[in-house]
Design a binder for this molecule. Sequence first.
Ligand SMILES: [Zn+2]
Length: 262
Amino acid sequence: MKNKLIILGSGAAPGVPSLGTGFNQCNPENLKNIRMRTSTYLEFSGIKLLIDTSPDLRTQLINQNIRDIDGVLYSHSHADHLNGIDDLREINRINRQSLNFYAGKQTTKDIQKRFSYLIASKKTTNNVILRPSLVANVVKANHPFYIKGVKIVPIKMVGHCPECLGYVFNDGEYVHIADFKLLASSAYKMILKRPKLMTLPLTNIRGAVQHADLGEIMECVEKINPESVIINHMSNECDYDEVNRLTPENVRPAYDNLIVEF
Ligand SMILES: [Zn+2]
């Protein structure tokens, strides 16, 4: 069985074009430079997952006709990764059941505080047609958890926000990294196989206090040595062709609705 990754949104928080600075460094003629905010769909060993819920989630799910998911993984609670969470109520309605989400302790607290009305009430069966119903599952860096028997290990990212998690699937077959400055040294130890595919966020080429620059991303790629890399989460300072030109053959920039089988 082939695994499948769909980049639902390849943009950083303001999207491209952004309201303030439009296409900026991006060539507006290239449709690959039009970017929604970040969510990723993953079919892996028979399970269907969403990683982060962008404010553009409704459009993204409709574009790819995604109606059925086994769970949602959150990297962190910044608005561009989370605020489309309300759109999950349609998944509740279609499947007529609650939906599990998985997040670190702080991210779970933030979700419960900011979106309390979405959380399934304890000990009662919610009528998912009338109200949304998400079930929180707290996960911890370096501690594996399983969804339908598939092993997933959260890994710790440093320097972006107090708690930001990446995810390692089946000991490294697929590795998903969201916003980060550095990977914790413990994170590298959780990647036991050479990844077939890895997703990394760029934001902008020269980096920022809370975001790795292209050099730091390439150091990470060299250490982990995946077969193939998708560069994601790009602002309007990252032109598609330029990122492609600056990176080796096995590293390529994402665009909205890019589908990769691996
Ligand atoms: Zn962030």
